[in-house]
Design a protein around this ligand. Sequence first.
Ligand code: HEC
Ligand code: HEC
Ligand code: HEC
Ligand code: HEC
Ligand code: HEC
Ligand code: HEC
Ligand code: HEC
Ligand code: HEC
Ligand code: HEC
Ligand code: HEC
Length: 304
Amino acid sequence: MKQLKRVSLFLIMVTSFLAGSINAQPIDKLIEKFEQGAYSKRGADGCLMCHKRADKVMAIFDGVHGQVINESSVMAQLQCEACHGPQGKHRGKNEPMLSFGDDSPLTAQMQNSVCIACHNDTERNAWHSSAHVDNDITCVSCHQVHVANDPVMEKRDQPQVCANCHIKVNADSHKRSSHPIDNGTMQCSDCHNPHGSMSDSDLTGFNVNQTCFSCHADKRGPFLWEHAPVMENCSHCHEPHGSVNESLLKSRVPVLCKQCHAGDIHASTQPGDNQSIQTGGQGCLNCHSQIHGSNHSSGKALQF
Ligand code: HEC
Ligand code: HEC
Ligand code: HEC
Ligand code: HEC
Ligand code: HEC
Ligand code: HEC
Ligand code: HEC
Ligand code: HEC
Ligand code: HEC
Ligand code: HEC
């Protein structure tokens, strides 16, 4: 079933591609092979007669796609041709095979349709509206299949894969204050679904706060005395990826506070007091220590 779905999905992609293209000879050939269902009788063994020498090809047998676990395993079905298309008269360069990556004559969409046909599940519900698909990123921009362990699936290695393209985020995550991504404690996909999600920035939660609450549950409240910006969006005060200020703060206290509390705070009774409150570095937090909200009966000013 999956295979049939796969083939027809691919044909739809190809047909729409051809409609807008002038020189599509290799793709023409590929369609022909699909229409003829020109799969080889020998399966992987036949391919390996010629392709065995490359380490890279054989390593697929150390990964999930090379294992026979049940009848829906790739190697229990069309094997190599499940991804590379029917062999037909390929046997070398005579006829092209489906190939992946930057050198492939196939569009990003076509390449992806091969993988999606088998991986069309809830995890990738929002793929078609994700920032990645909008920018012609392919499954294979992040995933490798001819390997024992796909680096993007390994907690420790994943950030490096993302860093290839997200240079600024990577730099931020090495700043003085950052989430522990470097040492393999956390990974980008703790907060983002790389396959797309229903929220801005493809977050794992419905919004920024819900994403943060999944680990910082103590900040969720409910609080008797709320601090409005905390309930609204943690990003009012925090950089998620990294900051030169402590606690991932966007700017130092009291500068941070004064962005919203400008003017004459505490400018009441004695002028001298006002001065000491306004300076003194951590000043504001010395008194307003419950900055995320308070449950103390007299904690209205976030003091207790
Ligand atoms: C799950 C899909 C999948 C299966 C199954 C698969 N491949 Fe691949 N193959 C790929 C992808 C994706 C690439 C691009 C490089 C990479 O990601 O490792 C690739 C690359 C290749 C290349 C290198 C092509 C080039 O452009 O240099 C060859 C040759 C190849 N595969 C042969 C095979 C053979 C032989 C088999 C069966 C033993 C096989 N593949 C099974 C997906 C697959
Ligand atoms: C008779 C030898 C032979 C057989 C059998 C063979 N190939 Fe190839 N294949 C080649 C040669 C030669 C190339 C070109 C290699 C190059 O350009 O470096 C190639 C290229 C490829 C490529 C790169 C993409 C392209 O179109 O250039 C893929 C993918 C591939 N083969 C997959 C397969 C698969 C899958 C099978 C089995 C269904 C298979 N080959 C069977 C010899 C063979
Ligand atoms: C013929 C069906 C089929 C195709 C085509 C296919 N896969 Fe898979 N893939 C599987 C199966 C079966 C598994 C085993 C796990 C499972 O049941 O989901 C798997 C597992 C995976 C995993 C999880 C790996 C892990 O270590 O757990 C990734 C990532 C993946 N595939 C990516 C791809 C990519 C990228 C492509 C396209 C180049 C692709 N797949 C094409 C069937 C397929
Ligand atoms: C931007 C990088 C990126 C792209 C592009 C990407 N993936 Fe993934 N993929 C990941 C990461 C990271 C994980 C592991 C964390 C997770 O499960 O969210 C993963 C996990 C998976 C898994 C195993 C767990 C699961 O979600 O079922 C499969 C299967 C998979 N990807 C398939 C695909 C397919 C198919 C495509 C193309 C449509 C694709 N991926 C595109 C990064 C990517
Ligand atoms: C602790 C959660 C968290 C982690 C871990 C995380 N992010 Fe983010 N990321 C966010 C949030 C929240 C936003 C949205 C910020 C906003 O809307 O103000 C975001 C935004 C982004 C954006 C879009 C805006 C921008 O800043 O460029 C990219 C790209 C991004 N993250 C990539 C990554 C990568 C790559 C990693 C891993 C190195 C990563 N993120 C790790 C929470 C996280
Ligand atoms: C091959 C390049 C590439 C790789 C690898 C890559 N991305 Fe992206 N990513 C992009 C591009 C291009 C965009 C869209 C432009 C932008 O926002 O920077 C993007 C956008 C994003 C966004 C912003 C979404 C939005 O709505 O603003 C997030 C989050 C993100 N990527 C996370 C990741 C994570 C996590 C990984 C690793 C698992 C990753 N990316 C790997 C190229 C890549
Ligand atoms: C997957 C779990 C997880 C998620 C999701 C998460 N965090 Fe964290 N956060 C951590 C861990 C782990 C630490 C480090 C704690 C430690 O070192 O004691 C941390 C530390 C912090 C710190 C203190 C940093 C420092 O330098 O002291 C802040 C601030 C923070 N997180 C804010 C956020 C915000 C804002 C979000 C949502 C955008 C978020 N976190 C999402 C796990 C998470
Ligand atoms: C009004 C600004 C502001 C907002 C909004 C805000 N924080 Fe903070 N956050 C701070 C300040 C200031 C500190 C440093 C506290 C200190 O040093 O005592 C801090 C520290 C933290 C810490 C590390 C220390 C601790 O208390 O565990 C975490 C984790 C944290 N914030 C998470 C969050 C989360 C999650 C959100 C969103 C629900 C959020 N913050 C919203 C100002 C804010
Ligand atoms: C993004 C804007 C923003 C930032 C940054 C911010 N606040 Fe607030 N703060 C508010 C808003 C809005 C209210 C609610 C005002 C109201 O209800 O009149 C508030 C209320 C307060 C209250 C009074 C609670 C009450 O109702 O009496 C205190 C105390 C306070 N903030 C302290 C701080 C301190 C200290 C900082 C810096 C660590 C800070 N705020 C940063 C927006 C902000
Ligand atoms: C010496 C202790 C102390 C320091 C330091 C302090 N506050 Fe206060 N603040 C208070 C007290 C006590 C109240 C409640 C006053 C009241 O109810 O009349 C208050 C009230 C507030 C309020 C709510 C009342 C209003 O005027 O709207 C804000 C906002 C506020 N402080 C912000 C700040 C900021 C920003 C800083 C740092 C620049 C700061 N505070 C430093 C003790 C302090």
